[in-house]
Design a protein around this ligand. Sequence first.
Ligand code: HEC
Ligand code: HEC
Ligand code: HEC
Ligand code: HEC
Ligand code: HEC
Ligand code: HEC
Ligand code: HEC
Ligand code: HEC
Ligand code: HEC
Ligand code: HEC
Length: 311
Amino acid sequence: MREFKARSVRVPAMVCLLAAMLCTSATAQQDKPAQSLAATGPSETSKYVGAETCKTCHDEIYNSWEKTPHWKTTLNKEGGPSKQGCEGCHGPGADHVAGGGDKTKIFVFKEHSRQETSARCLSCHGEGHEQSHFAESAHASGDVGCLDCHSPHHAQEKQHLLVQNQPQLCYGCHAAAKADFTKPYHHRVNQGLVQCNDCHNPHGTATVRQARTLPSGDAVCYKCHVDKQGPFVYEHVPVKTEGCSSCHTPHGSTNPRLLKVSLVNMLCLQCHTFPTQGPIGPAHNQSAKYQACTMCHNQIHGSDFSAVFFK
Ligand code: HEC
Ligand code: HEC
Ligand code: HEC
Ligand code: HEC
Ligand code: HEC
Ligand code: HEC
Ligand code: HEC
Ligand code: HEC
Ligand code: HEC
Ligand code: HEC
C-alpha cells in the first residue's frame, strides 16, 4: 500500500490530463442525463479536489477508508477524478471544501433514496459484475438498496464491507427463512457449511427467487450434488423438467431428505397413478411392502441401467 501512496503523490498532473482527454470523448458519445455522475468534462475536472484534501478535515474516516478495497479507486486512471477516492462516491468536493464543509455542496448518502444511492454504487458495480441484475431484482423492487447490506465506512464484517455477517444479515428481514433453517432437516446454513449466497445472488439474477444457476444454465443444486446431474440413460423426467423443488424444499423440512411430503409414496402418487396391473412388473398394492417406493426404485434421480430406476 505504501508504494502506491508514494506514486499517487507524483502523478496528479498526468492523471488530470489523461482524464480530460478520455472524458471529452466520452461526453461526445453519451446522452447528458445518463451520465450526470460521470460528467467530467474538462471544466468539471477542477471541481474535484482529491482524497488527500478530504483527509485534512476527515482524517478519521480517511484512515479507515484507506484500509478498504475502495482505496484502489485512486489507482483508476481511466475513469479520472470522478471515479477516484472519496469523490468517486460523494461527487465533486471543491464547493464543499470552499464552503468550509458545506453539507449541501456534497452528496450525503443518508439524505437520498435507496434508488439514488444504489445507482451511485452501480455506476462502478453495474455491467459485467455480480450486481448487473440488481435493477430488476426482488430486492430492488422491494426497496432494498446496497446500503441495507453494505457500509463503506462502518462495515461490521470487513470482508465485502457487510453491515452484518450471513446468515444474520438475511434473517433480519427474512424470518420465514430463519424458521426453515431450524427445522429438523435443513441445509446447514447456521453452521456455515452452506451459505444463502451459494444458492442466491442477493444482487439478483436473471431467474426467479434470485436463484443462482450454473454457467451451463442448470440448477445451482448440481454444484454440490454432482451425482444427481447425469446425464442418465434413463432420466426421471421431473428432475430435469420441473427441477429439484418439485420434490424437495431447499431450505429445511420436517421430512427426512428435505422432501416436500412426509411419506414417500404420497410424493410419488402426486404424479403417478398406482401401477395396479400392467404388462410390466408387479401389481403394486396398498400393502406396506409397496409403500416405501424408493426401497425398490432407489435411483430415483435417474439411472444408466434401469428404466424404472432400480440400481
Ligand atoms: C464507496 C463509496 C464511498 C466512498 C469511496 C467514500 N464514502 Fe463516505 N460515505 C459513503 C456512504 C454510503 C456513507 C453513509 C454511511 C455508510 O453507510 O457508511 C458515507 C458517509 C460519509 C460521511 C458521513 C459521516 C459518517 O461517518 O457516516 C462522511 C463525512 C464521509 N462519508 C466522508 C468520506 C470521505 C472523507 C471519504 C474518502 C476518504 C469517503 N467518504 C469515501 C460512501 C462512500
Ligand atoms: C475544510 C474542511 C473540510 C474538507 C476539506 C472536507 N470537508 Fe467534508 N465536512 C466538513 C465539515 C465541517 C462537515 C460537517 C458539516 C455539518 O455537519 O454541517 C463536513 C461534512 C461532510 C459530509 C456530510 C457528513 C454528514 O453529516 O453526513 C460529507 C459526506 C463530507 N463532508 C465529505 C467530504 C469529502 C468527500 C471531502 C473531500 C472531497 C470533504 N468532505 C472535504 C469539512 C470538510
Ligand atoms: C440483500 C443484501 C445485499 C444487497 C442489497 C447488496 N449486497 Fe452486495 N453483497 C451482499 C453479500 C452477502 C455479499 C457477499 C457475497 C459473498 O459472500 O460472496 C455481497 C458482495 C458484494 C460485493 C463483492 C463481491 C462481488 O460481487 O464482487 C460487491 C462489490 C457488492 N456486494 C456490491 C453491491 C452493490 C453495489 C449493491 C447495490 C447495487 C449491493 N452490493 C447490494 C449482500 C448484498
Ligand atoms: C468509483 C467507483 C466505485 C463506486 C462509486 C463504488 N465502488 Fe465499490 N468498489 C470499487 C472498486 C474499484 C472496488 C475494489 C474491487 C477489487 O478489489 O477488485 C470496490 C469494492 C467494493 C466491495 C467489495 C469489497 C470486498 O471486500 O470484496 C463492495 C462490497 C463495494 N465495493 C460496495 C460498494 C457500495 C455499496 C457502493 C456505493 C455506496 C460502492 N461500492 C461504490 C469501486 C467503486
Ligand atoms: C433490509 C431487508 C432485507 C435484507 C437485509 C435481505 N433481504 Fe432479501 N428481500 C427483502 C425484500 C423486501 C424482498 C422482496 C419482497 C419479498 O419477496 O419478500 C426480498 C427478496 C428476497 C428474495 C426473493 C424472494 C422472492 O420471492 O422472489 C431472496 C431469495 C432474498 N431476498 C434473499 C436474501 C438474502 C440471501 C439475504 C442476505 C444476503 C437477504 N435477502 C437480505 C428484504 C431483505
Ligand atoms: C440450498 C440452496 C439454498 C440456500 C442455502 C438458501 N436458499 Fe433460499 N431458496 C432456494 C430455492 C431453490 C428457492 C426457491 C424455492 C421455490 O421456488 O420453491 C428459495 C427461496 C427463497 C426465498 C423466497 C421465499 C421462499 O421461501 O420460497 C427467500 C426469501 C429465500 N430463499 C431466502 C434465503 C435466505 C435468507 C437464505 C439463507 C439464510 C437462503 N434462502 C438459503 C435455495 C436456497
Ligand atoms: C454449496 C453446496 C450445496 C448446494 C448449492 C446445495 N446443497 Fe444440498 N446439501 C449440501 C450438503 C453439504 C448437504 C449435506 C447436509 C448436511 O450434512 O448438512 C446437503 C444435503 C441435501 C439434501 C438432504 C440429504 C439428506 O441426506 O438428508 C437434499 C435433499 C439437498 N441437499 C438438496 C439440494 C437442493 C434441492 C439444492 C438446490 C436448491 C441443493 N441441495 C443445493 C450442499 C449443497
Ligand atoms: C421426483 C422427485 C425428486 C426430484 C425431482 C428430486 N429428488 Fe432428490 N430425492 C427424492 C427422493 C424420494 C429422495 C429420497 C430417496 C431415499 O428415500 O433414499 C431424494 C433424496 C435426495 C438426496 C439425499 C440422498 C441422496 O441420494 O444423496 C439428495 C442430496 C437429493 N435428493 C438431491 C436432489 C437434487 C439436487 C435434485 C435436483 C437435481 C433432486 N434431488 C430432485 C426425490 C426427488
Ligand atoms: C413431479 C411429478 C413426479 C413425481 C413427484 C414423481 N414422478 Fe416418477 N415420473 C414422472 C414423469 C413425468 C415420468 C415419465 C412418465 C412417462 O414418460 O410416461 C416419471 C417416470 C417414472 C418411472 C419410470 C417408469 C415410467 O412410468 O415411465 C418410475 C419408475 C417412476 N417415475 C417412479 C417414481 C417414484 C417411485 C416416485 C416417488 C419417489 C416418483 N416417480 C415421483 C413424474 C413424477
Ligand atoms: C417391492 C419393490 C417395489 C416397490 C416398494 C415399489 N415398486 Fe414400483 N415397480 C417395482 C417393479 C419390480 C416394477 C417393474 C419393473 C420392471 O418392469 O422392470 C415397478 C414398476 C413401477 C412403475 C412403472 C410401471 C408402469 O406400469 O409404468 C412405476 C411408475 C412404479 N413402479 C411406481 C412405484 C411407486 C409410486 C411406488 C410407491 C408407491 C412403487 N413403485 C413401489 C417394484 C416396486
